[in-house]
Design a protein around this ligand. Structure first.
Ligand SMILES: Cc1cc2nc3c(=O)[nH]c(=O)nc-3n(C[C@H](O)[C@H](O)[C@H](O)COP(=O)(O)OP(=O)(O)OC[C@H]3O[C@@H](n4cnc5c(N)ncnc54)[C@H](O)[C@@H]3O)c2cc1C
Length: 439
């Protein structure tokens, strides 16, 4: 837990989606502990490990329940991966959805591994059942379950390889639907109940949507590159859209090149909208970081692109306060560029933008110009590592009671800043941040 955040505040300022997941997990933990205690007590009273028949053994009930809860969470995770807009709204932003996706994924893994381990422990004295559980081919349901679980373990191990190239990681992640369907088939063969079929069906449809139907059915706007400039390692794309994009400042899109004169892969990459001139005229500002972004300087006017979304609730998760402190680091300036373009005239904004060298401050003229067009906006460029003391030197005394803080910067800087702001007396809900990573 982050320092300085009480549990009450955590609950008060989290979305309904997050609250529900934590609530269900708490319920599962309570029920599981209760069943485990019953399993221990019955063994204690009977002075034997082996309780027969298995359907009167609480340990067996615990094992099967863990399988059900694990599949429920697996199904939920398939839904979280769809980027459906109602899911995003329920969770308060796609970044929150992805964080919960990672959390639910880990919980699913633990529950399903425990499901097998508890059932094995329960059947330790029953060789026939144990053999049926563990030897593939003897029992259809158990064989499907084993294949699903081994598939899950293998893919999770691959996922844990942190330095794996992103696209490879994404592909391996997409295969997780196969263990899910095997698990669903295992449950259906064992218990042909309507709710098991429903659960398997919902997760299956969500998975199919994510891997095969997203590009066709997700909200998107097609268009062409109207203008491309590349300077100081940043490619700026002005995009003319054929259909309007209902985006607000601070949001991001998943960008795909659909037809270009050079062979740029049709991958989807998230980028914040750095300007929204109109619903058909938007701008992206892209730092040339890796294999994909380094190719974007080959784009030319007329190349066809598609923007999926828009997504994100940066700056809109809490009602806006009159005084705001904006902290940007490097390319993290992009959402602020559109936010500044559409900022309310009642808001007093102090912006500090940290860059490594002045050459990286490509947008400083644009920011300064906007600041001079309106009262109540001050923009400060900072070269080198940024601390809270630096921010105070630019902004004057911080108003911890009334000021809202928006941050978009490299993750280490945001962590350090968040800790410093909390230590200074800001409440967690006053700080909103956008991370440029969705893994
Ligand atoms: C919400 C959001 C908004 C962003 N806005 C901007 C922006 O305005 N300007 C900008 O320059 N960058 C932005 N980024 C970062 C940008 O998406 C990555 O830098 C880019 O995708 C890197 O791709 P690459 O193949 O060139 O680099 P790589 O070296 O392959 O990737 C570097 C890192 O970027 C992330 N990444 C790579 N591909 C994807 C993908 N398809 N989907 C999600 N994450 C990926 C991974 O964490 C990866 O480790 C944003 C990211 C997010 C999540």
């Amino acid at each position: 837990m982050q320092p300085g955040i009480s549990i009450v505040d955590r609950v008060r300022y989290t979305s309904w989606g997050v609250r529900s997941i934590y609530g269900v997990l708490l319920l599962i933990s309570g029920l599981s502990i209760d069943t485990l205690v019953q399993a221990v007590m019955i063994r204690w009273q009977r002075k034997t490990w082996f309780i027969s028949p298995s359907n009167i053994d609480p340990l067996y009930e615990l094992g099967t329940s863990l399988g059900f809860w694990g599949m429920l969470f697996f199904c939920l995770n398939c839904v979280l991966a769809t980027r459906w807009l109602w899911v995003e709204r329920l969770f308060g932003g796609l970044d929150v959805v992805y964080r919960m996706h990672a959390f639910v994924g880990k919980s699913t893994f633990i529950m399903l591994v425990l499901h097998l381990m508890v059932l094995i422990a329960q059947a330790l004295a029953d060789t026939d059942t144990l053999v049926a559980y563990l030897i593939p081919g003897l029992d259809l349901s158990y064989t499907l379950g084993m294949l699903g679980l081994f598939g899950l373990v293998a893919l999770v191990v691959v996922t844990l390889w942190g330095s794996m190239p992103y696209q490879l990681w994404l592909t391996s992640h997409a295969w997780l639907g196969v263990p899910y369907l095997l698990g669903g088939a295992h449950a259906l063969v064992a218990h042909a109940d309507w709710y098991v079929a429903l659960l398997t069906g919902i997760g299956g449809v969500a998975w199919l949507y994510s891997i095969a139907l997203y590009r066709r059915y997700a909200p998107h706007a097609r268009g062409q590159i109207a203008e491309r400039t590349t300077q100081h390692g940043i490619t700026e794309l002005r995009i003319a859209l054929d259909t309007p994009l209902a985006a607000v400042a601070g949001q991001f899109v998943f960008f795909a090149v659909t037809k270009s004169q050079t062979a740029i892969p049709a991958e989807l990459h998230p980028f914040s909208l750095s300007a929204i001139e109109s619903p058909r005229d938007v701008r992206l500002s892209i730092k040339m970081l890796g294999d994909y972004t380094r190719q974007l300087d080959q784009l030319a006017p007329g190349d066809a692109v598609t923007l999926y979304g828009p997504y994100g609730m940066f700056g809109r998760r809490m009602p806006a306060t009159q005084r705001q402190l904006w902290i940007a680091g490097g390319i993290g300036i992009t959402p602020f560029l559109s936010l500044l373009q559409q900022a309310s005239h009642d808001t007093e904004i102090t912006m500090v933008w940290a860059v490594r060298t002045r050459a990286d401050a490509r947008y400083i003229d644009e920011l300064t110009q906007r600041a001079t067009q309106r009262t109540g906006i001050s923009v400060h460029l900072h070269e080198g590592p940024l601390s809270l003391a630096d921010i105070e030197a630019y902004a004057g005394p911080l108003c911890t009671q009334t000021q809202q803080v928006l941050m978009c910067a490299p993750i280490p800087l945001m962590r350090q800043m968040r800790a410093a702001l909390l230590a200074r007396g800001y409440a967690a809900h006053q700080i909103d941040s956008e991370e440029f990573g969705l893994r």
